[in-house]
Ligand binder design. Structure first.
Ligand code: UD1
Ligand code: CA
Length: 465
């Protein structure tokens, strides 16, 4: 989806604040929502508008922030050394603004703003030649803490008054400033230098530019978001958790609309992206992370975690299984209580059963590792049967080694395969064997001490004292 760049649009995200109420050592905007830093959500939405420039004003934890987003080369970082208010924050970017640009101001701690709502804001300003400022406002039953939108007798916006500076009557106003606004760069160049900090908080309020626009004879348009939660800011972890649930519910609704059956959308967490085929089912408490694709008719049992993996059609993932960075082909069965670690490939019809851990294992068609095994750094052919308690001893304390198993091999229970080792096609390994040498095609390997039976053995008896 590559659309035309909006050559006039410059997005500025304010993210210098500390977020004291998060009670955290980390800067607020890197706290995660659905596995992604809040700021990441804002940036992703901003990019959907195809801005010509994307600036983030940082301050508290600036270095940590830059590290977290070091992969995003489109971000222009601007440092606000001291946090003297939102107006002061915008002042730091004045030098970087193109003359003709429209500046969209977003907050790094308002993560769920939608591109749709922002698009509406952009249109409002585009449709007027004269006006230089458009606001996003919202009506709240409890407007406490927010800047209030003061309107005149005719209903036009006059100014914004911060709660701490507001009279009792202004505090009654329920229409509040979301903080998100769109301003012409030229206007910011005129207005921002005029801001003062003569207010209750001794801060330079960006909101004071609203009164300035009115004084310049302009009409300040205010539009509302399509959903109220879009403009919810995060000041503490309770608010963050509420937005998390809203976000998760929306994702679940979208997936169900695409045909996914869910046991309970309120017990589903997607931290990344999930593609689903037809008639898949996800039971309760699924956690899906990174990029995951399910084919058709995939069944995911309760309490499963799937991360960066592809699951083929008709595969069943039974309860309490974890799959990570792996590819599972069609009609496989995994779990219950299986752990499929990174780099694994299960070919069609393969089975990895309960209390089995596999890692970097290629399990061929219809091969089965049904119970209580560890198979790592291994290659298994087709129709292999791995008995319960089999271990690939892939680690000698220093290096990892590979185990190679051919087609139709039968590995008896409780076998230790000491890698590097290979077992040829159609070979059989007797239960309890410690296999340290190559087994040839069709051979039977038995590597265990012979059974001795001692007759007439007297069991010890209990001491009398
Ligand atoms: C601000 C608005 C208020 C609005 C509210 C919505 C002002 C003066 N007030 O108040 O009208 O109702 O947001 O949530 O604008 N920031 C900086 N540098 C600073 C100060 C803030 O980058 O020096 C950033 C913060 O990191 C945050 C955002 O700006 O992302 C808002 O700052 P905050 O202190 O939360 O503003 P409020 O007092 O809540
Ligand atoms: Ca705030």
């Amino acid at each position: 989806m590559s659309e035309m760049i909006n050559s006039k649009l410059h997005v500025v995200v304010l993210a210098a604040g500390k977020g004291t109420r998060m009670q955290s050592d980390k800067p607020k905007v890197i706290h995660k929502l659905a596995g992604e830093p809040m700021l990441g959500h804002v940036l992703k939405t901003a990019r959907e508008l195809n801005p010509v420039k994307l600036t983030v004003v940082c301050g508290h934890g600036a270095e940590e922030l830059k590290t977290v987003f070091s992969g995003s080369e489109d971000i222009h970082w601007v440092l606000q050394k001291e946090q003297l208010g939102t107006g002061h924050a915008v002042k730091q970017v004045l030098a970087d603004l193109g003359r003709e640009s429209n500046v969209l101001i977003l907050y790094g701690d308002v993560p769920l703003i939608s591109a749709y709502t922002l698009g509406n804001l952009v249109e409002v300003l585009d449709s007027s030649d004269r006006d230089e400022l458009a606001l996003l406002t919202v009506n709240l039953d409890d407007p406490k803490g927010y800047g209030r939108i003061v309107r005149g007798a005719t209903g036009s916006v006059l100014k914004i008054v911060e709660e701490k500076d507001a009279s009792e009557s202004i505090r009654q106003i329920k229409e509040v400033n979301t903080g998100i606004m769109l301003v012409k760069a030229e206007a910011l160049q005129r207005w921002i230098p005029k801001l003062t900090n003569s207010n209750q908080q001794n801060e330079f309020y960006l909101t004071d530019i609203v009164g300035m626009a009115v004084q310049d004879g302009q009409e300040v348009e205010a539009i509302q978001p399509s959903q109220a939660y879009e403009v919810d800011g995060v000041n503490n972890r309770i608010q963050l958790s509420r937005l998390e649930r809203i976000y998760q519910k929306n994702q679940a609704d979208q997936l169900m609309a695409k045909g996914l059956a869910m046991a309970d959308p309120s017990r589903f967490d997607l931290r990344g992206s999930l593609e689903v085929g037809k008639d898949c089912f996800v039971d309760i408490n699924a956690v899906v992370e990174g990029n995951v694709r399910l084919g058709d008719r995939v069944m995911v049992g309760p309490n499963c975690i799937i991360r960066n993996s592809e699951i083929g059609s008709d595969t069943r993932i039974e309860a309490n299984s974890i799959i990570e960075d792996s590819r599972i082909e069609t009609a496989c069965t995994i779990g219950p209580f299986a752990r499929v670690r990174p780099g694994s490939l299960l070919e069609q019809g393969a089975k990895v059963g309960n209390f089995v851990e596999i890692k970097k294992a290629h399990v061929g068609k219809n091969s089965k590792i049904n119970h209580l095994s560890y198979v790592g750094d291994a290659e298994l052919g087709e129709d292999v049967n791995v008995g319960a308690g089999t271990i690939t001893c892939n680690y000698d304390g220093v290096n990892k080694h590979k185990t190679q198993i051919g087609h139709r091999v039968f590995v008896g229970s409780n076998t230790a395969l000491v890698a590097p080792v290979s077992v040829g096609d159609d070979a059989t390994i007797g239960a309890g064997s410690v296999v340290t040498r190559e087994v040839g095609d069709g051979e039977l390997a038995v590597a265990r001490s012979k059974q001795r039976n001692i007759s007439g053995w007297d069991r010890p008896t209990k001491n009398k004292d």
